[in-house]
Design a protein around this ligand. Structure first.
Ligand SMILES: Cc1cc2nc3c(=O)[nH]c(=O)nc-3n(C[C@H](O)[C@H](O)[C@H](O)COP(=O)(O)OP(=O)(O)OC[C@H]3O[C@@H](n4cnc5c(N)ncnc54)[C@H](O)[C@@H]3O)c2cc1C
Length: 328
């Protein structure tokens, strides 16, 4: 859904700090480094770590993290959930738009969602064609079985995707961090004065989010962004978080609930249904099945990656439209 023309325009952040990556700025070997070959066989005689003071470790971490919190407090796009769909969206956005600030918020310590294994904890990952195009783009090898392809281990797919996403200089992953609410503004829709547009996310350390019932006064943090992509899945402690919140704030009438397993209909439905649900909030992946009442698909992952590609496209379209409205 495109934002109504009368909607309030949330300003798009004017700060543009990112440039195309300069690979020369990443030293792969420091001047005083040894090679592994130079160390080999000398572990007892000629080996010691370089000295360090503990506070140097603390400062090396905290300085960067707090700089990132400052940088991404105003983001261009926030992705909620780093499962196969969210990471695929991040990969496409990172490739297409090095000028945008993109924050990924992942509740778990370990990103990747349900894509570390195939079905029933087996290793191989199945993707139906045409999702093999994403694997080819990513550089992940597969066996071609005709109408579908098989990656030898789901972890090979997820670790490659994650590694590529993390290398984009304009993407920051905040893991162990939970989105626990959405920032809203009145959409200015004359037909519905209660309609909102989404203008950012409310975050907290996941461990804090999990203790609101037994501790008090643990206020959250915030990230403003004109576009949010929600890919929180259907399962787990925070599954389908954003669409559940839309229901509880009266922006969606109800969730239709994920239906039984039917691979043939489920995957098309997720990709086709990936869209802007309310202004500023695009939903993709299995979270969608909870709104649309579409079937589950089980252990076949093509819909997750192509839904991520479509979510990225929808996000860029909405972002550019919002920016044009701001400068009009
Ligand atoms: C236990 C299990 C059950 C499965 N059941 C099904 C099934 O019934 N049907 C089916 O089709 N496939 C199922 N799968 C297969 C497959 O895992 C999913 O289809 C696929 O992982 C969904 O991808 P996704 O990117 O949409 O969501 P996920 O892979 O679930 O990723 C969502 C990510 O969002 C994060 N997240 C959630 N809420 C928040 C929040 N508020 N803030 C920040 N991060 C958040 C989660 O930690 C997670 O990393 C299952 C997998 C597993 C492991």
């Amino acid at each position: 859904m495109s934002p109504p023309s009368a909607m309030t325009i949330e300003p798009v952040s004017p700060v543009r700090t990112f440039q195309k990556p300069n690979v020369n700025s990443i030293p792969l070997r420091s001047a005083n480094s040894k090679t592994l070959d130079e160390m080999a066989g000398k572990w007892e005689t000629d080996f010691t770590f370089a000295p360090i003071r503990e506070s140097q470790v603390s400062r090396a971490m905290t300085r960067r993290y707090f700089k990132d919190l400052d940088t991404y407090a105003e983001s261009d796009i926030v992705i909620v959930g780093a499962g196969s769909c969210g990471l695929s969206a991040a990969y496409m956005l990172g490739k297409a738009r090095p000028d945008l600030k993109i924050a990924i918020i992942e509740a778990s310590v370990s990103p990747g969602g349900g894509a570390w294994l195939g079905g029933q904890l087996f290793s191989a990952m199945v993707m139906r064609k045409p999702a093999d195009a994403f694997l080819t783009d990513l550089g992940v090898e597969f066996e071609d079985e005709g109408d579908f392809v098989v990656v030898k281990h789901a972890a090979l797919f997820t670790s490659t995707l994650l590694s590529k996403v993390l290398q984009f200089p304009n993407i920051k992953l905040f893991n162990a961090t939970c989105v626990e609410d959405l920032i809203t503004r009145n959409a200015g829709d004359p037909a519905d004065p209660t309609a909102v547009q989404i203008a950012g996310v409310v975050t907290n350390w996941t461990l804090v989010t999990m203790h609101h019932d037994d501790q008090s006064c643990m206020d959250p943090n915030t990230i403003n962004a004109p576009i949010i992509i929600s890919t929180t899945g259907h399962d787990g402690p925070f599954g389908a978080f954003c669409v559940k919140r839309l229901v509880s704030m009266g922006q969606l009438e109800k969730l239709n609930g994920m239906r039984g397993l039917d691979m043939n209909t489920a995957e098309d439905a997720i990709v086709k249904g990936t869209r802007e649900i309310v202004p500023g909030l695009i939903v993709g992946g299995m979270e969608l099945s909870e709104i649309d009442g579409s079937n589950r698909m089980g252990p076949t992952f093509g819909a997750m990656v192509l839904s991520g590609c479509k979510a990225a496209e929808a996000a860029l379209e909405a972002f550019d439209q919002r920016k044009a409205e701001c400068s009009a």
